[in-house]
Design a protein around this ligand. Structure first.
Ligand SMILES: Nc1nc2c(ncn2[C@@H]2O[C@H](COP(=O)(O)OP(=O)(O)OP(=O)(O)O)[C@@H](O)[C@H]2O)c(=O)[nH]1
Ligand SMILES: [Mg+2]
Length: 654
């Protein structure tokens, strides 16, 4: 099959002149339309590049997979994504349609509107592609009357859509007529395409991965958000591999930095091309959290069948696809032509953000049935007709940033850290901090820590405070002889909140005079352990026994056996003494009095001064006046306390 190229590309002089003065703009333009309507031929006529790169495409004369080409007009760099029209390759078309700014809907003059004209147009609408234009190709094959008719049919098709009023250019790639008009119109549409915010997190859905000689792994895709530089460390999602950018290409040229709106080839170091597939995403490292469960609002086409609860469908987002189970969050099923909240459970992980658009296709036979907008990327399971869940989603969907962050914090009674907020919203750190500051000023949340930046809602703090005080009371009731509850245990008993939330609540309660913390134990403020006179006597006796023994302590059971209280109580009294610090547990069944331990430390310090920083077990035995039975556990204790360190057979005194 022969390919037709354009006549002379005419760009007006005034545009060329202004180009040098204005910053380069990047826009992605995608073709759409029925098979054989002349999409690829038109792309070649405009750019000089035949987008059909596969051998099989050339042989069969049809496009199978995505093709790419570039065109510079004035200050605008157009990245073309040429899609296949064949109904069997709509999934490839979808992988390319994700990142486009402008659609070029192609309709052949001799055939007018056909099924994939409609399907591709539906997809563009469902994806929320904001603008585009229509090309009537093969104008050389029909007369003026037919051309007029096709134009009418197109106007009818696009009425009420984003393409209503868009330029409709009739042209012929064979004769070259109309191509210049199309270029002028392309420029005009590009000029009203808003500039992209390059500060956002990098996202590049991958559509190809291959190896080139001398370079190694190269992936390509449409850079939809942010920017990337040579030598940047980036992450491949969802496999969460960190890799380095070795080189960048766009429009056939090596570049140092690629920005949103550019077709980009990224040369990656440290990964084999077979480990990467279409549908994965190159992204800013550590920012996104792959998910298999998301809440969304979907709209079914009026031509779609009714979708029952838990129906399966093909899910397409960016260059990724998955099989989704569709669970309506209101009512029993989804009604054609209407929009509703759903949960999608996917059979594999995707990387998406709120406001991302996606397409649903019927499971079998495959056909486009609708599309939607992601609302929550870390969805929970909901009960059927859960009104609270619906309110939450509606806030995420339509609320302000403050509403949204307040709702997220409200849904996290254990506290919420910066990276969770970022993965769930895609906001920049500065946006998160700014929004949090506003919520602090209205007392809706509190900032609990800076490293990591952590917040909790006012309710979460209140609930956690209540739970903490209750847990302390319960502990005292159950353990009257123990001085307090260990902090870790208490954290577990109040639902294991984030450490920052727990510490904040503990500090609040201490400040409020409700609890005191000492030696890692939390107790009700002002509480003393009420020992009976007998128990108090026993406590004194135990302490005295160990004090009198010096370094050669008797066994614990021998001491406890002497006191006139029952064994388990005696054990508890011993624990109190250890917790208070009166006694020190040196090893299993070796308990020493605090004073003895202090004397031992002095002894070691004096030895170091007089005889140097090395001591053997034998010398220690002599110096301390103890047998091996005591020497070993005492030295091991000193090692643990960092008084000494074992080196071979000796100890170094630190
Ligand atoms: N006469 C005439 N033929 C054209 C024109 N444009 C394309 N063709 C022919 O139409 C046929 C199909 O063109 P393609 O560009 O491959 O169509 P396509 O829309 O890319 O097809 P798919 O990618 O398979 O969907 C080819 O034989 C082209 O030579 C035109 O302006 N005039
Ligand atoms: Mg083609």
């Amino acid at each position: 099959m022969t390919r037709l190229t354009s006549g002379k590309a005419l760009v007006s002089i005034s545009l060329r002149e202004t180009a040098s003065m204005v910053i380069e703009r990047h826009v992605i333009i995608g073709t759409a339309g029925h098979i054989d309507h002349g999409k690829s031929t038109l792309v070649e006529a405009l750019t000089g590049t035949n987008p059909d790169r596969l051998e099989e495409e050339k042989r069969r004369g049809i496009t199978i997979d995505l093709g790419f080409a570039f065109l510079k007009l004035g200050n605008v760099s157009f990245g073309f994504v040429d899609v296949p029209g064949h109904e069997r390759f709509v999934r490839n078309m979808l992988a390319g349609a994700g990142g486009i700014d402008i659609v070029l809907l192609v309709v052949a003059a001799d055939e007018s509107i056909k099924p994939q004209t409609r399907e591709h147009f539906d997809i563009c609408r469902l994806l929320g592609i904001p603008r585009g234009l229509v090309a009537i190709t093969k104008a050389d094959l029909v007369d003026a009357e037919m051309l007029g008719l096709v134009r009418l049919e197109i106007e009818e098709l696009v009425r009420g859509s984003f393409l209503e009023g868009a330029p409709i250019v009739s042209l012929s790639a064979r004769t070259g007529t109309g191509l210049d008009t199309l270029k002028q119109e392309l420029l005009r549409v590009a000029e009203v395409t808003p500039e992209k915010d390059l500060q956002r997190h990098l996202r590049l859905p991958i559509d190809r991965s291959f190896a080139t000689k001398g370079f190694g792994t190269v992936v390509t895709g449409t850079l939809i958000s942010g920017s990337v530089k040579v030598d940047d460390e980036i992450e491949i999602y969802p496999i969460q591999r960190r890799v380095r950018v070795r080189g960048l290409h766009s429009g056939g040229k090596a570049i140092k930095r690629a920005v949103a709106g550019q077709r980009t080839a990224v040369n990656l170091a440290g990964i084999d091309h077979t480990e990467i597939q279409r549908g994965m995403v190159l992204g800013a490292p550590g920012v996104f959290e792959p998910t298999r469960k998301l809440d969304a609002r979907i709209t079914l086409l009026s031509s779609a069948p009714l979708l029952k609860n838990r129906a399966r469908a093909h899910f397409h987002q960016g260059s990724a696809e998955a099989i989704a189970e569709v669970i309506p969050l209101e009512g029993d099923g989804l009604v054609p032509g209407q929009s509703s909240l759903v949960q999608l459970r996917l059979d594999n992980e995707v990387v998406v953000l709120p406001e991302d658009r996606f397409i649903l296709r019927q499971f079998s036979p495959v056909a486009t049935i609708g599309g939607g907008i992601v609302i929550d990327v870390q969805a929970r399971r909901h009960r059927r007709d859960d009104a609270e869940a619906r309110d939450f989603l509606e806030t995420l969907e339509t609320g302000s940033r403050e509403d949204l962050l307040a709702a997220l914090a409200g849904a996290k009674p254990r506290g919420l850290a910066l990276e969770e907020i970022r993965a769930r919203t895609g906001w920049l750190e500065s946006e998160i901090r700014e929004t949090a500051a506003k919520l602090v000023s209205t007392k809706k949340i509190r900032i609990l820590g800076e490293q990591p930046f952590t917040i909790a809602s006012a309710e979460a703090l209140e609930e956690c405070t209540k739970a903490l005080r209750k847990a302390v009371e319960e502990f005292h009731r159950a353990n009257p002889l123990l001085p307090g509850i260990p902090k870790q245990e208490l954290r577990g008993r109040v639902g294991n909140p984030r450490i920052e939330l727990f510490e904040a609540v503990l500090a609040d309660s201490t400040k409020a005079g409700a609890v005191t913390v000492s030696g890692g134990l939390v107790q009700r403020a002002g509480r003393s352990i009420d020992l009976s006179p007998e128990e108090a006597g026993a406590k004194e006796l135990i302490a005295k026994e160990f004090e009198r023994a010096g370094l050669t302590v008797p066994s614990v059971s021998a001491v406890l056996g002497k006191v006139p209280v029952e064994a388990t109580r005696a054990q508890k009294i011993l624990q109190i003494l250890i917790r208070e610090g009166t006694l020190v547990k040196v090893a299993e069944d070796f308990v020493y009095h605090r004073a003895t331990v202090a004397r031992l430390r002095e002894l070691i310090a004096r030895y170091r001064k007089e005889r140097g920083d090395r001591i053997t077990v034998v010398t220690f035995k002599n110096v301390a006046g103890v047998s091996r039975k005591y020497a070993i556990p005492l030295l091991e204790f000193l090692d643990r306390e960092h008084v000494t360190r074992r080196v071979g057979d000796e100890r170094v005194i630190l």
